[in-house]
Ligand binder design. Structure first.
Ligand SMILES: Cc1cc2nc3c(=O)[nH]c(=O)nc-3n(C[C@H](O)[C@H](O)[C@H](O)COP(=O)(O)OP(=O)(O)OC[C@H]3O[C@@H](n4cnc5c(N)ncnc54)[C@H](O)[C@@H]3O)c2cc1C
Length: 300
């Protein structure tokens, strides 16, 4: 492989770049800090027909033990600009937690619902980041605050598109079908008193601490399985008696059954075997087919 990319690294361990703290080596790895660097790396990979993977916070992926044969591009292009009284521009490597703080400081509401969720803007667009509304009656999605986005299409063109382009759904967007890359997003927010924004964040943090295993203690990639219509996958896994089930260092969380946690030394193969066991048991005992919502990357 001959890629003309500055600061390219070889045989880079991916585990530290994922919230799971699991995964083998990438043949090639580069951190990009600007949109120009991102587009250059993508173009080089495409020109050279090198398989590539665009990495954000690594919070929704499982990297296999054998690692990734190709180029991993870690997106750290994270410029944020407040455009006017209620619009914010963010590059796709911007971290949602940083956007929350910047918007809070300017009394702008919209991002606070996603407090405590590790994500870049790009990762959020890929799966339509979501969390419960303050009254817990509905799901709120990132699409609700997306105004426009600049993308680098799979054909190598720059386009500015509106929210409809993304065909957002639950855990879904066009980015899972077409290999377009989000370069930046302009968000439409609404002015709100700081106290109201703070109240939403406080309530959501309490909810998360009560119901989900905390990342600092138990590395994970959040929920592993998709919701089936209105039935939560976690509830099915619990009903099937799988809470606390363990293979190697991977365990079905006792706190939230849709989380498979890394208890310290889990390998990707442990997680994959546990995923299979959960799917088979839920199918056999309850008749439901659970599908994973996380992305696996690397060789099996
Ligand atoms: C403890 C915990 C709690 C979580 N809770 C929630 C929750 O409440 N709600 C929720 O929705 N999710 C939740 N998640 C999942 C995760 O945080 C989200 O899916 C997040 O949006 C992933 O963003 P990322 O930057 O880490 O993406 P990554 O995991 O790095 O990548 C995910 C996918 O997005 C693609 N991607 C990244 N950037 C771009 C781009 N610029 N253009 C195109 N594609 C791109 C990647 O190639 C990859 O396919 C949770 C995860 C954890 C660990």
């Amino acid at each position: 492989m001959s890629l003309n990319i500055p600061n390219l690294e070889r045989n880079k361990l991916l585990a530290p770049f994922t919230t799971y703290k699991i995964g083998g080596l990438a043949d090639l790895f580069v951190e990009v800090h600007t949109i120009d660097e991102l587009v250059h790396a993508l173009s080089e990979a495409r020109r050279n027909s090198t398989p590539f993977f665009l990495l954000g916070c690594g919070a929704n992926i499982l990297v296999t033990d054998k690692g990734f044969c190709g180029l991993v591009i870690r997106n750290m292009a994270n410029k944020v600009t407040i455009l006017d009284s209620d619009r914010v521009f963010a590059e796709s490597g911007a971290i949602i937690a940083d956007l929350i703080v910047q918007c809070y400081n300017r009394r702008l509401s919209g991002f606070e619902h996603f407090v405590g969720i590790p994500s870049t803007v790009g990762g959020a667009m890929w799966q339509n980041l979501h969390f419960l509304s303050p009254d817990r009656q509905r799901m709120m999605f990132i699409e609700e605050i997306v105004q426009t986005s600049r993308i680098f299409t799979e054909e190598g063109q720059f386009r500015t598109v509106g929210v409809d382009y993304f065909q957002f759904g639950y855990d879904r967007s066009i980015l899972q079908v077409r290999k377009d890359v989000v370069l930046d997003v302009t968000f439409q927010l609404s002015p709100k008193p700081k106290e109201e924004i703070q109240a939403v964040m406080d309530a959501n943090i309490v909810w998360r601490n009560e119901k989900q295993p905390q990342l600092a203690e138990y590395p994970s990639c959040g929920s592993v399985f998709k919701k089936i219509k209105d039935v939560g996958a976690g509830r099915l896994i619990e009903q099937a008696g799988l809470k606390g089930m363990r293979i190697g260092g991977a365990e079905v969380s006792r706190k939230h059954a849709n989380f498979i946690i890394n208890t310290g030394n889990a390998r990707a193969s442990d997680v994959l075997q546990l995923i299979k066991l959960v799917q088979e048991t839920v199918k056999q005992k309850l008749g439901y087919t659970l599908e994973t919502e996380i992305t696996m990357i690397g060789e099996l």
